[in-house]
Design a protein around this ligand. Sequence first.
Ligand code: ATP
Ligand code: MG
Length: 334
Amino acid sequence: MSKKKEKRILTGDRPTGKLHLGHYVGSLQNRVELQDEYDTFLIIADVQALTTNFDRPEKLSEDVRQVARDYLAAGIDPEKTTIFVQSLVPEIAELTIFYSMIVTVNQLRHNPTIKSEAEQYGYKEMSYGFLGYPVSQAADITFCRANLVPVGEDQIPHIEQTRKIVRKFNNMYGEVFPEPEALISDFPRLMGLDGKNKMSKSLNNAIYLSDSKEEVQQKIMQAKTDPARIHKDDPGHPEVCTVYHYHEAFNSEESDEIAEKCRAGTIGCVACKKRLAEKLNAFLDPMRERRKKYLENPELVDQILMDGTAKAREEAQKTMEKVREVMKIDYFSK
Ligand code: ATP
Ligand code: MG
């Protein structure tokens, strides 16, 4: 028997498409590494996906499975980690409602991630659900009384909001929840292939964990590099080059040497890109191998999700019993 893991992790993703390299270095890598040490819960946040995709609910069914396959391919072990679907744990929705009483609309309005996402999606007016998704996220994190939340940089304001809610709840009703902490990776904001924005599912600038060898090669060959390098021997500036940033993230053994050669103009962009594409493909190959099994046996993925959801629900019920008790709304339980 493995020793009992005392601390918990909760984190996850919205099922809005395939996971990409930004997800991997921003959060997924930490989850894979920490699953031995922490009791890990991964939420596939389908209700949160609806905050922006409410007009396409029919996409969720495939996207939920896609995210699950990406987790399993990346090395999440379902024996160690609980993968579950948010909408199938209704206690999370219940907890969200209780939390919504102790959050002010102004706190949500001033959340910088909400502001920049509303701009990105072109919302002149925000739905109640979109403005409030950090409250629902606080319930996601706390229903299993998580201690640590491995996430990318854009999530910092949300974790801060969760901590505020937890402090207020605990002070007002009694200690139920630990105050969770964010775990920010070494690459909290991986740039996209456009070299302008963070790599994102919605911006068409991503290399996906499920891309084929050829797709990876093609995308890297088309990636933007330092505009100062027109000829092969022009001295370059690796710090402004997306390809170099990918070398740092996925080819750290060679990245110093590449930076030096780029500055000296002794490695051309084409050669530099070829080396990166090879490295990336070598990194993605074991994921491709693991993914095959789940693509060929989709019922395995469904079973993992059903088992994980049942386990998450048990935790949620335990927590909600405690919540109702401290809030004194357990009218008929004695
Ligand atoms: P969407 O465009 O649908 O919002 P997304 O690509 O921004 O998708 P999310 O599902 O919002 O991805 O993010 C899931 C997790 O991955 C979060 O913890 C987020 O911080 C992290 N993450 C997403 N993109 C990056 C990136 N480019 N670099 C580092 N971390 C990232
Ligand atoms: Mg996002």
